[in-house]
Design a protein around this ligand. Structure first.
Ligand SMILES: [Zn+2]
Length: 201
């Protein structure tokens, strides 16, 4: 059992090491996070940093809705090329999925999504690939308002949230710099921000 355990541990560690090596071997660094909605969609921030439910690890979370239509059921797309470190099962809990960018520097966590299917640990995704759709009111932990909760995580670690601001250790959101002053619900109500994510492939 001891040997088998060691082999399994090594097997589990290898993909991460390969990914880290790839990250330093010429993958273009991501300089801005795209919105997880179809290109051209205008998006509004309805709750910002340090808003009511944005505390602790979720301090720099943003709640996003479509400005121009029904958010419930809208396709949710991968914001960059990368891999899936973890995801809940479709319809499970708060409907979250983490996408680690191919350069390995940042991950985006998206929540309140009904995922289209189970996603495997380390599964590759491409920018614009559909992951699921926005849950209906009262589903997947959205507290009655269909929206996507989005966080930016250093190296895809959910305990390592950073603002959507390059000057504060993160990345801008579609080129929008969203710094932190410490105000309550900061950036809530801002927008519209237009998604540049390509259509699902
Ligand atoms: Zn939220």
């Amino acid at each position: 059992m001891g040997l088998l355990g060691s082999v399994l541990v090594l097997g589990a560690a290898s993909p991460g090491l390969v990914l880290a090596a790839a990250g330093t071997a010429g993958v273009a660094p991501v300089s801005s996070v795209a919105l997880p909605f179809e290109g051209g969609e205008a998006v509004q921030i309805i709750q910002g940093y340090h808003g009511g439910t944005h505390q602790g690890d979720s301090l720099y979370g943003l709640d996003l809705v479509l400005a121009s239509g029904e958010t419930s059921g809208a396709p949710v797309l991968a914001p960059f090329d990368g891999t899936i470190p973890w995801a809940f099962a479709p319809g499970e809990k708060t409907g979250c999925i983490e996408i680690l960018a191919a350069d390995g520097r940042f991950g985006a966590m998206l929540c309140h999504i009904v995922l289209d299917r189970p996603f495997g640990h380390g599964e590759p995704v491409v920018r614009g690939q559909q992951l699921g759709s926005v849950g209906a009111a009262g589903m997947v932990g959205n507290n009655g308002t269909p929206h996507v909760h989005m966080e930016l995580h250093v190296a895809g670690r959910s305990s390592n949230g950073v603002p959507f601001s390059a000057s504060e250790g993160g990345l801008p959101l579609e080129g929008w710099d969203l710094p932190v002053s410490g105000a309550s619900n900061e950036h809530g109500g801002e927008g519209p921000i237009v998604s540049t994510t390509p259509a699902p492939r």
